[in-house]
Design a protein around this ligand. Structure first.
Ligand code: BES
Ligand code: MN
Ligand code: ZN
Length: 496
């Protein structure tokens, strides 16, 4: 257990094992101490700049330098992190620098963070980034490392202000829930089959104000959820749907969240090549994000009613698998011709979206690892964003606060037409084998199931899972992408 506290103290005076300071660059490219670093630089006097120069430290983002602390400061060690251009400093840059710092701590028991943290937004960024960078997944290692870090002190002049205190609490809450979501994403697929995932979600709701309801495969059959059942056909592990509710006493609005929960995506009979299949345990990252988000909303007691719909299935190959050419009868009442069993996400989401829409929420936010083509278009740090213009603008505003990156993509009318008219046997065509713009086609398909409720779809196939090394505050593996923006979306609705 690591405890987080706020303190209004000068960075050169704190007596922790290590103190983290931030150094940026000025117009001429020279290194300049920022935030709490100023007090440390003053304590070193003229010796400070040569110390950084000797370490080859310039102040660029991502850089670190470990400086042995002398009599000038009370802490045992100094860790300097780069913040980049001082005039372009944003909370997101501070968040990333704090993440770099927490990944470079070494074996210490207490840390003070003296990064730019004068207001609530920056305190939140410092704490979120630091917590995020600390994350490790070692549940399946026979010898997990010992965690020595016990105390983290965030230094801020606003330490006693109530909004700053709330910002730290918010960051710790989100850090814990993000870690939970990452754990699920990183858990091997043999250890998180659909009913196990549902049980894990139920476990998280224990002792909270979040309501849990399980819709079993047998119940899905009675309801006519052909999409979820069709995808689950090939697996020995039956599908299900989890519904979570946060129902405050006097809600100021209502939001539905929907997240894709494919515990493993082999592609089904339209099987994936080995390389594309290797990270497909992460195909439930959207589900993990909505579960984490609704728990944060409930813990913060935000006065907005939130319902989360989590369709869960395993997309496998067997003699009972769904075939290309099959026609599924969906919960909405429409029929769908399946042409690609690897476009399974939209099938389970369709049923969940209809379920959400029929309870008439004010808005639906749906988040899914939906398409590789979206990653081709936007890379692996930016999510695709689709929906009606107003809801898209709302998401862009929230993302501006959280620092998560989204890019608005269109749903072209001709793809909408293709979904509706190009199946010769069913009402809707699941997938069009024309290769171009496949992420857009997927969104056009989903749109058929939202029944005129305002909505946005986040395609997080790229940013949900980091196949490379850690960067900024983002670890390898599951990232928890989308959680903070979903919570911010609900918080913004509570305040309007
Ligand atoms: N789960 C995949 C999408 C995915 C790809 C997530 C890469 C994360 C990383 C999804 O079910 C899928 O297979 N999509 C197809 C879309 C295609 C049929 C338009 C794909 O990516 O090939
Ligand atoms: Mn697939
Ligand atoms: Zn998938």
């Amino acid at each position: 257990m690591t405890t987080y506290t706020l303190r209004k103290a000068a960075a050169d005076r704190v007596r922790t094992d290590l103190v983290v300071i931030g150094v940026g660059t000025d117009k001429k490219g020279a290194a300049v101490p920022l935030g709490g670093a100023e007090a440390v630089a003053a304590a070193y006097g003229r010796g400070f700049a040569p110390l950084l120069a000797a370490a080859g430290f310039t102040g660029a983002p991502g850089e670190t330098a470990r400086v042995p602390a002398g009599d000038q400061v009370n802490a045992g060690q100094l860790l300097v992190v780069g913040l980049g251009d001082r005039d372009a400093l944003t909370p997101e840059k501070v968040r990333r620098a704090a993440g770099v710092a927490s990944r470079s701590l070494g074996n210490v028991a207490s840390v003070a963070l003296a990064l730019p943290a004068d207001d609530a937004d920056h305190v939140r960024a410092v704490a979120e980034g630091f917590l995020s960078g600390l994350y490790r997944f070692e549940a399946f290692k026979s010898k997990p490392r010992k965690v020595s870090l016990a105390d983290v002190v965030v230094l801020s002049y606003g330490a006693r202000r109530s909004d700053v205190v709330a910002a730290l609490d918010h960051a710790v809450l989100l850090g814990d829930l993000t870690a939970k979501a990452r754990d699920w994403v990183n858990t091997p697929p043999n250890a998180l089959v659909p009913t196990k995932f549902a049980a894990e979600i139920q476990k998280l709701t224990k002792g909270t104000q979040v309501g849990y309801e399980l819709v079993t495969a047998a119940q899905l059959k009675k309801l006519g959820c052909g999409g979820i059942l069709g995808v689950g056909l090939g697996s020995a592990n039956p599908p299900c749907l989890v519904k979570l509710t946060w129902a405050p006493a006097e809600p100021r609005g209502s939001v539905a969240l929907v997240g894709k929960g494919i515990t493993f995506d082999s592609g089904g009979l339209t099987i994936k090549p080995g390389g594309s299949m290797s990270a497909m345990k992460s195909d439930m990252a959207g589900a993990a994000a909505v579960v984490a988000a609704i728990h944060a909303v409930a813990a913060l007691e935000l006065p907005v009613a939130v319902t989360a719909y989590v369709p869960i299935a395993e997309n496998m190959v067997s003699g009972t698998s769904m075939r290309p050419g099959d026609v599924l009868s969906m919960y909405s009442g429409k029929t769908v011709e399946v042409t690609n069993t690897d476009a399974e996400g939209r099938l389970i989401l369709a049923d969940a979206l209809t379920m959400a829409a029929r309870e008439a929420p004010e808005v639906i936010f749906e988040i899914s690892t939906l398409t590789g083509p979206c990653v081709v278009a936007l890379g692996d740090r930016i999510a695709g964003l689709f929906g009606d213009d107003e809801t898209v603008a709302e998401v862009e505003r929230a993302a501006g606060v959280t620092g998560e990156l989204f890019w608005h993509l269109p749903i072209p009318p001709e793809q909408r037409t293709s979904v509706r008219t190009e199946s010769k046997v069913a009402d809707l065509l699941q997938h069009n084998w024309v290769r171009w713009g496949s992420a857009l086609y997927a969104a056009a398909f989903l749109e058929q199931f939202v029944e005129d409720v305002p909505w946005a779809h986040f395609d997080i196939a790229g940013p949900s899972y980091n196949t490379g090394g850690p960067w900024g505050h983002v670890p390898s593996g599951g990232t928890g992408f989308g959680i903070s923006t979903l919570v911010e979306l609900v918080a913004a609705r509570a305040n309007r």
